[in-house]
Design a protein around this ligand. Structure first.
Ligand code: SAM
Length: 435
C-alpha cells in the first residue's frame, strides 16, 4: 500500500472506531484523531482526510453488510475502511486526484479477498427484504429503514433516506446586525451562491460554495447564523411578540433564543434553562455575538423536568433533547448511535418528563407550549401526544407537512419538515395548549 492509501485507511479507521467507542460526532472524532495521528497530514491533504472519513462513517452499514458477505464475520474498522475504498473509492469526488493510488489498493485487495461482489448495486439486487435493501442502499440500521417504510411506504422512504444523507446548508441573516440583501450580495461576491427563501425573508438557502463556510467573516461578526430553516420554523411556530416572557426549557446553545430576540427586535424577555453547564457557558457567548439584549435573558442551570417558576411565562418553548435523527446530513455519526437501543430509548423518556413539567407550568400560567425535536422518529413526536389528555395540539402556522398519517386526526394538527420535501433537516413541531 502506498503512503497516501495507508494514511487514508489508517486515519478513517481510527475516526470510525472513535465514533463507535465514544459515541461522539464525526467532527469531534476527526479532531481527536488528528491530534493522536498528525503524521497522516504528511501523506494526505486535510480536506481529503475529513471528507473520506466522513463518507466512511456515513457508509458504515453498507460496508459492514459487504464485509459479512465477503468474510462471513466482523473484523476491525481498518478492514471496513479498505472495503470502502474498494467499493466507493473510484466514484468518490474527493479522491479523483488520487485514483492511481486507490486503484493500486483495489487491485491488491481484490487479489486477497476470499470472494467479492463486483459492486454495491449487484448486492442490492440480491436483497429481497425491502427494509434490508433500503438499509444497505443508504446505509442505516435495518430498524430505521423499516420504520419509514411503515410510516411513508417504500418509495417515499427511499427518497427520504437518500436526502437525509445529504448535507444541506441554510444561513439566517441576523437582522439585529445586518441587512439581508447586503449580506446576500457580499456572499455572492465571495463565491457563496445563495437564494432568498420565499417563506422566511431572513433565510438564505445555500446553493453552492467554494471555500469552507466556516471561514466567512460574517459569521465571526455575528451577522449570519448557520441555522437550518426547519429550526427557524420552530421559533416561527412559537410566534414570539414584544413583551412576551418566554420560558425556554432546553435553551443551549441559544440559537433559537437569538432568533426570538431578532423577531421581537430585542423586546421579549427569556428565561433560558438548560441542564448542561458547559453548553450554558457557550450560550452566553452566542447571545453576545448575535447582539441579543442579555439584560432581558436569564440563564438558568436546571433540570427542566423539575423546574418551577415564580413568575408565569406567556409562552413556553421546549426544543427537547432527541436522537437528532433529522440532522444526519450534518453528522453521519448519528446513524451509528442509532444502532444502540439503550441510547435511542433514553430520549423518549426524557422528552416525556420534560413535557409533563411543561404541561404543569402551562396549565398554571394558561400559556401555550411549542414542542419540537430535530427527529424524524414518530416515538419522539406524535407518539407523545397520541394518548395525552392534558395537552391539546393546535396546528402551527408554518409552511410544513402534516404529521404521520398513521396518527389519524392528530397528524393534521402537528407539523413535520422533511429533507426530501422541504430541503431542510427533519423536524417535528407541535403547538400545544393546556386542555
Ligand atoms: C436540542 S438542544 C437545544 C438547542 C437550543 N434550543 C438551540 O436552539 O440552540 C437540547 C438541549 O437540552 C438540554 N437538556 C437535556 N436534558 C435536559 C433537562 N432535563 N433539562 C434541561 N435541559 C436539558 C441539553 O443540554 C441541550 O442543550
Amino acid at each position: 500500500m502506498d503512503k497516501f492509501a495507508r494514511a487514508i485507511v489508517e486515519f478513517s479507521a481510527r475516526v470510525l472506531r472513535t465514533v463507535l467507542e465514544r459515541k461522539v460526532s464525526h467532527d469531534r472524532a476527526f479532531q481527536s484523531v488528528l491530534r493522536e495521528y498528525p503524521q497522516a497530514r504528511r501523506h494526505a491533504p486535510l480536506r481529503v482526510l475529513y471528507r473520506v472519513s466522513h463518507d466512511i462513517v456515513s457508509d458504515y452499514y453498507t460496508i459492514r453488510y459487504l464485509e459479512k458477505l465477503i468474510y462471513g464475520k466482523r473484523g476491525g474498522t481498518k478492514r471496513l475502511a479498505k472495503l470502502w475504498l474498494l467499493y466507493r473509492g473510484l466514484e468518490s469526488p474527493h479522491l479523483q486526484q488520487h485514483l492511481g493510488s486507490v486503484e493500486r489498493l483495489r487491485r491488491k485487495l481484490l487479489r486477497s479477498l476470499p470472494r467479492a461482489p463486483s459492486s454495491v448495486d449487484e448486492v442490492l439486487e440480491s436483497i429481497e427484504d425491502p427494509a434490508e435493501r433500503l438499509a444497505v442502499k443508504h446505509s442505516y440500521p435495518r430498524w430505521f429503514a423499516a420504520t419509514f417504510i411503515q410510516l411513508l411506504g417504500v418509495e417515499e422512504a427511499d427518497r427520504l433516506l437518500e436526502a437525509l444523507n445529504e448535507e444541506k446548508w441554510w444561513i439566517r441573516v441576523n437582522t439585529l446586525k445586518a441587512d439581508v440583501d447586503e449580506v446576500a450580495e457580499r456572499l455572492l461576491d465571495k463565491g457563496v451562491l445563495v437564494r432568498r427563501d420565499p417563506d422566511l425573508d431572513y433565510m438564505l438557502e445555500v446553493i453552492d460554495f467554494n471555500e469552507p463556510l466556516h471561514h466567512l467573516e460574517e459569521m465571526w461578526r455575528g451577522e449570519i447564523v448557520f441555522q437550518d430553516k426547519a429550526s427557524a420554523l420552530v421559533v416561527e411556530a412559537l410566534q414570539p411578540e414584544p413583551g412576551d416572557l418566554i420560558l425556554d426549557m432546553a435553551a443551549a446553545p441559544g440559537i433559537k433564543d437569538t432568533l426570538i430576540m431578532q423577531l421581537t427586535s430585542n423586546k421579549a424577555r427569556i428565561i433560558a434553562a438548560d441542564a448542561s453547564w458547559e453548553r450554558l457557558k457557550r450560550t452566553k457567548r452566542v447571545l453576545q455575538l448575535y447582539g441579543a439584549d442579555t439584560t432581558k435573558i436569564e440563564l438558568i442551570h436546571a433540570d427542566s423536568a423539575h423546574l418551577a417558576l415564580a413568575k408565569p411565562p406567556t409562552k413556553i418553548l421546549l426544543d427537547a433533547p432527541c436522537t437528532s435523527s433529522g440532522a444526519i446530513g450534518k453528522d453521519p455519526a448519528i446513524k451509528l448511535h442509532l444502532e444502540d437501543p439503550t441510547w435511542v430509548q433514553r430520549f423518549p423518556a426524557i422528552q416525556e418528563a420534560l413535557l409533563a413539567n411543561a404541561s404543569r407550568i402551562a396549565k398554571q400560567a394558561k400559556t401555550p407550549i411549542t414542542y419540537a425535536v430535530c427527529s424524524l422518529l414518530h416515538f419522539e413526536g406524535e407518539e407523545h401526544l397520541a394518548y395525552n389528555q392534558a395537552l391539546e395540539p393546535k396546528k402551527p402556522p408554518i409552511p410544513a407537512s402534516n404529521g404521520y398519517k398513521l396518527y389519524g386526526q392528530l397528524a393534521d394538527k402537528v407539523a413535520r419538515l422533511f429533507p426530501h420535501r422541504h430541503k431542510t433537516q427533519g423536524f417535528f413541531i407541535a403547538n400545544l395548549e393546556p386542555a
